[in-house]
Write a protein that binds this ligand. Structure first.
Ligand code: PLP
Length: 267
């Protein structure tokens, strides 16, 4: 069995964060390892509370894993403090982790509540982007990374190319909130950044505000990479997985949707 490590925050509603990562990795038939960076309390009314794991707890969780287990892929989501980001960076470099690494630059919940401390995005860009195989911002995250507005597919392609400059091998800008081609994602790679690939959206569900789609996509991509798939192939398969989980999502409370991993499929 392949070990896929998710470094992320706990979401009490079960829809996003660590719970979503573990469901996705398990559904893909891999063994989910996890490092908790924060404990969040969330429900349909929003983000109620957060208590971040101490940076030393994050470091020791990482040490417990890397000191004795082979990790076949890493996924990071919410890492709320600069010190925890530094400790993730130190662990990945000091244990010489060469597994594929998918970085989801989580800043806020789907409903817009901030999940990270000021300054942590800059630290993530400086310390973790250069280690990543793939960075997967949504439009809001890409706007924050670059400090400019992104609305159209063309602007999303430019944004993906600009984010590549921060050192990851690939960038996927997710298009859930584009005005012209919603749901179409843009993939660019460092070795051929002129060739931007549009990962088309099969089905788009504009009125279904589902929690955890970004977490599930990044974890599903990490699962594909753990198996040795190429980035493009892993992204396409992961998008299919998430699209099915959105199509069959459950409305847990009015307007509060959770992905349906049970009905989704992996191929
Ligand atoms: N991580 C945690 C702990 C969260 O609570 C959330 C959203 O609520 C996310 C990550 C990002 O979720 P999404 O996949 O909806 O972008």
């Amino acid at each position: 069995m392949l070990n896929v490590l998710a470094i992320s925050g706990s979401d009490s509603s079960g829809g996003a964060g660590m719970q979503c990562d573990i469901k996705t990795i398990t559904k893909h038939g891999h063994n989910a390892l996890s490092v908790a960076t924060s404990i969040t309390a969330q429900n349909s009314t929003g983000l109620l509370h957060m208590e971040h794991a101490s940076p030393s707890s994050v470091a020791i969780q990482l040490q417990s894993i890397f000191s004795e287990l082979k990790v076949h892929a890493v996924k990071t989501g919410m890492i709320p403090t600069r010190k925890s980001i530094t400790n993730v960076c130190n662990a990945l470099t000091s244990y010489e982790v060469d597994a594929p690494y998918v970085l989801d630059p989580v800043l806020a919940t789907t409903s817009g509540s901030g999940l990270v401390e000021p300054g942590s995005l800059k630290s993530m860009i400086d310390r973790l982007f250069p280690l990543a195989t793939l960075v997967t911002p949504n439009v809001a995250e890409a706007q924050n990374i670059l400090g400019r507005k992104i609305a159209t597919l063309e602007e999303s392609i430019d944004a993906a190319r600009s984010i590549l400059q921060y050192g990851s091998k690939f960038v996927l800008v997710k298009g859930g909130h584009l005005t012209d081609f919603p749901g179409n994602d843009v993939l660019v790679g460092r070795y051929d950044s002129t060739n931007a690939e549009i990962i088309e959206c099969g089905e788009y569900f504009p009125h279904r505000d589902v929690h955890g789609t970004g977490c599930a996509l990044a974890s599903a991509i990490a699962c594909g990479l753990a198996r040795g798939r190429e980035v493009r192939d892993a992204v396409i398969r992961a998008k299919r997985y998430v699209t099915k989980a959105i199509a069959t999502a459950q409305e847990l409370a009015p307007g509060f949707w959770s992905l349906n991993h049970q009905s989704s499929h992996t191929d």
